[in-house]
Write a protein that binds this ligand. Structure first.
Ligand code: RP5
Length: 211
């Protein structure tokens, strides 16, 4: 049997990242990310990319350096935070979410025991968490929270919708973002009308050929 070795995260590197979150929580900053995107593994990224796409379509920009934030009014950050391999990192991320300025978290994980979204929701409370089951088999573990421990969740793989939901949360206090959400919705309506007319006018084979 072939064994695949993934680069190990040094325990020190995990502790350093935990400390970095705690230091950010203490720091006075003019601008902080509005949305936090976390996933259990970088292997989740192809599925979680939808959240990135929805937010960037709405004009959000990604923060990669807290000391040099992007120009955009609304921003987000992305991290890999494994509930099982680095529970201390998950705890530090979620525990500092509110004081680091996050208004909402999008958390995705795969596997049958996809604990990152629901544990993040519990620890980061009252910051709302939108859970993304990365696989179909992860749905029950993401949505199965007991009474009093809320999480909002999307269907398996629907991270784009999670990104939209995160923007909806923030838009309640920001009319310009609200307008961008409405414009995105309108563009989708237009898209259906355009494709509908094309299918009708070209007929099925012609439509298929035109790609
Ligand atoms: C989960 O285990 C992750 O969210 C991922 O979906 C799955 C597999 O992780 P890797 O083994 O690819 O890192 O915790």
């Amino acid at each position: 049997m072939t064994s695949v070795t993934r680069p190990e995260i040094e325990p020190d590197a995990v502790s350093e990242l935990c400390e970095a979150f705690r230091a950010e929580a203490e720091r006075e900053r003019e601008k902080t990310p509005d949305v936090g995107i976390v996933m259990g593994s970088d292997s989740d990224l192809p599925t979680m990319r939808g959240a990135y796409e929805a937010l960037t379509e709405l004009g959000f920009e990604e923060v990669t350096d807290y000391d040099d934030p992007p120009e955009a009014r609304f921003t987000f950050e992305s991290y890999v935070v494994s509930a099982h391999r680095t529970p201390d990192l998950m705890y530090a991320y979620a525990e500092t979410a509110e004081s680091r300025g996050l208004d909402v978290i999008v958390a995705g994980a795969g596997g049958k025991s996809a604990d990152l979204p629901n544990m993040t929701a519990s620890i980061a409370y009252p910051v709302p968490t939108i859970g993304v089951p990365v696989q179909e088999k992860s749905v029950d573990s993401v949505i199965g929270m007991p009474k009093g421990a809320p999480i909002v969740a999307v269907d398996a793989g629907k991270s784009y919708n999670a990104g939209l939901s995160a923007a909806q949360v923030i838009a309640r206090g920001h009319a310009d973002l609200r307008d961008r959400l409405v414009a995105l919705h309108e563009a989708q309506r237009e898209g259906v009308a355009t494709v509908s007319r094309r299918l009708h006018e070209r007929g099925t084979p012609g439509f298929e050929e035109s790609g």
